[in-house]
Design a protein around this ligand. Structure first.
Ligand code: FAD
Length: 141
């Protein structure tokens, strides 16, 4: 995949949303399966957190593919109140090789990363969300 001009250069998108009422963890499996397939096809990488009634997702890749994928995600009824946290160019991927990585609750990792163990991504700044992903990778591998 070429990432050498502005259309194809690398971007990062982060959003948080509220899980639709009545849905439990089982929904994550179907989202991950489909996302992995689509994202690999589209040259996107990223990670998804499902915690305390919220999703937080980071997606990395070309601007056009990110825009198309985010458009589908916005229309998905499995979540609502989608809050765009960041859409910015970046120099490198953090989730190379991951069409979609699930970042699950591992008690000590989650507490170290969030400070308190509580997960309120819609209240967090873009810097704090980025820090969450960077620290999660550093601690969980
Ligand atoms: P389709 O062929 O339309 O559907 C494929 C399968 O997905 C269906 O068989 C069904 O099992 C399931 N599905 C699709 N939409 C729904 C729905 N509204 N309710 C229940 N089941 C459904 N898509 C990506 O491509 N990349 C992502 O990174 C990504 N991340 C997501 C993160 C979250 C939090 C959510 C809620 C959705 C995400 N999706 C992602 C899914 C996205 O919203 C679209 O459903 C998907 O991209 C449609 O792809 P498709 O046209 O190949 O699927």
């Amino acid at each position: 995949m070429t990432e050498s001009n502005s259309r194809n250069s690398l971007y990062r998108l982060i959003y948080a949303s509220s899980v639709a009422p009545g849905l439990d963890f089982s929904i994550v499996k179907s989202i991950l399966e489909n996302s992995e397939k689509n994202n690999t096809r589209d040259g996107l990488t990223g990670a998804l957190v499902f915690e305390e009634g919220f999703f937080m997702q980071v997606l990395e890749g070309g601007r056009e593919q990110l825009t198309k994928t985010f458009g589908r995600i916005l229309r998905d009824e499995r979540h609502s109140q989608v809050c765009l946290i960041e859409f910015a160019s970046c120099l490198e991927r953090r989730f190379s090789g991951w069409g979609m990585r699930y970042l699950g609750r591992q008690e000590d990792v989650f507490e170290k990363v969030t400070g308190s163990g509580t997960f309120k991504p819609k209240d967090w700044t873009a810097e704090r969300c980025n820090d969450f992903f960077v620290r999660f990778i550093a601690l969980a591998g």
